[in-house]
Design a protein around this ligand. Structure first.
Ligand code: HSE
Length: 297
C-alpha cells in the first residue's frame, strides 16, 4: 500500500502575525511517496541532491513520523521517498513540507485515524529538528491549505481563514539565513506602543481577509516588531518592498524567517510586474535569486 503526497510551500508570519499566521502556495511543492511496512522502523530515501540526513531522528520527516509512531501499537513502520522541490533554507517552509507531508501520507495509509490537530502536533516535532523550536505557522497551512491562524499553540487551537483571491510573488535570494539564528537576534521585550500597532495590524489583516477588503488587507501588512530587526539580514529588502508597492503590490515582507521575500497582489499581471522588480533589484546587487509567481492555495 502506498500513497503519493504533494506537500506545498508555505509563507509563515504573513508580515505582522509572527508565529501565528501562514498560508499555503500553489507551487512549489515537495513530492513524497509513503509505503506502509510491517515492522516498526522508518526508512528515508532521498530522491534529490540535497543530501539531507536519512537517520530518522535527524530528518524532519523522520522525526515527525517517530512522533506519530509513538502513538501507534508498534507493529507498523513507513518507507518514505522524498523529492524536495522546495529548496531547504529558502524560507518558504521546506522543512514543514517534509514533516507535514510525511504525517499526512502516513495518516492516509493508516485509514485517517488521527485528526488534523494530531498531525500538526506530530509535524511540529519534525520542525523542531530543523529550527530548534516548535512552531506551526508553516505546518498548519501546509496541512489545511489556505490561510491559517494559530490562536494558541499549547494547547493547539487552529483557525482556518477564508481569503479573497491573492496572487503571490516570491523571490529567494541565494543567501543563507538560518531560522535558528533569525530567531536568536529577536528582542524579547516589545514596547507597548509597538504592540498596539502590531495587534491593530493583525486584527486588520484578519478582518481584511474575511471581508475580502483588499485595501484594509494591504494597509495591515506592516510589521513593526520583527521585520526591522530581521530585514537587516536581507540585502535589498527595503528597496524591493518600496518598489513592489509602487507597481501595485498590496504589500508583503519577509517570508518566514527569510531570506525569501513575498508580495501579495490582487491580480496576476501585477504579480508579474512585481517579479520583474524583484529580479531587477537582485540582478543589480549581483545576488543570484529564484522567483515564483503563484497564488494562495
Ligand atoms: N514563524 C517562524 C519564524 C517561521 O519567523 O521564525 C520560520 O519559518
Amino acid at each position: 500500500k502506498q500513497v503519493k503526497v504533494h506537500a506545498p510551500a508555505t509563507v509563515a508570519n504573513m508580515v505582522c502575525g509572527f508565529d501565528i499566521l501562514g498560508f499555503a502556495l500553489e507551487a512549489p511543492y515537495d513530492e513524497m511517496v509513503l509505503r506502509l511496512i510491517d515492522e516498526p522502523i522508518i526508512r528515508i530515501i532521498n530522491k534529490d541532491d540535497y543530501n539531507l540526513p536519512t537517520n530518522p531522528p535527524d530528518n524532519v520527516a523522520g522525526a515527525a513520523l517517530l512522533a506519530l509512531m509513538d502513538e501507534l501499537d508498534g507493529k507498523v513502520g513507513f518507507e518514505v521517498e522524498i523529492k524536495k522541490k522546495i529548496k531547504p533554507g529558502s524560507g518558504i517552509g521546506s522543512s514543514a513540507a517534509s514533516a507535514a507531508g510525511a504525517v499526512v501520507g502516513a495518516n492516509y495509509l493508516l485509514g485517517n485515524r488521527f485528526s488534523s490537530d494530531d498531525l500538526v502536533r506530530f509535524a511540529m516535532c519534525g520542525e523542531k529538528v530543523a529550527s530548534g523550536v516548535k512552531h506551526a505557522d508553516n505546518i498548519t497551512p501546509c496541512i489545511l491549505g489556505g490561510v491559517t491562524l494559530i490562536r494558541s499553540i499549547f494547547p493547539l487551537d487552529v483557525v482556518q481563514l477564508s481569503s479573497p483571491a491573492l496572487h503571490v510573488t516570491v523571490v529567494h535570494p541565494q543567501i543563507e539565513v538560518k531560522t535558528e539564528n533569525a530567531r536568536k537576534i529577536l528582542k524579547h521585550q516589545v514596547e507597548l506602543k509597538d504592540a498596539i500597532k502590531q495587534w491593530g495590524n493583525v486584527a486588520g489583516l484578519v478582518a481584511g481577509l474575511l471581508k475580502k477588503d483588499y485595501d484594509l488587507l494591504g494597509r495591515s501588512l506592516e510589521d513593526v516588531i520583527i521585520e526591522p530587526i530581521r530585514s537587516i539580514l536581507i540585502p535589498g529588502f527595503d528597496e524591493v518592498k518600496t518598489r513592489c508597492k509602487e507597481v501595485g503590490a498590496l504589500g508583503g515582507g519577509i517570508s518566514g524567517s527569510g531570506p525569501s521575500i513575498f508580495m501579495l497582489s490582487k491580480d496576476e499581471a501585477t504579480a508579474l510586474k512585481v517579479e520583474t522588480v524583484m529580479a531587477e533589484v537582485f540582478t543589480r546587487l549581483g545576488i543570484d535569486y529564484h522567483t515564483y509567481v503563484t497564488a494562495i492555495n
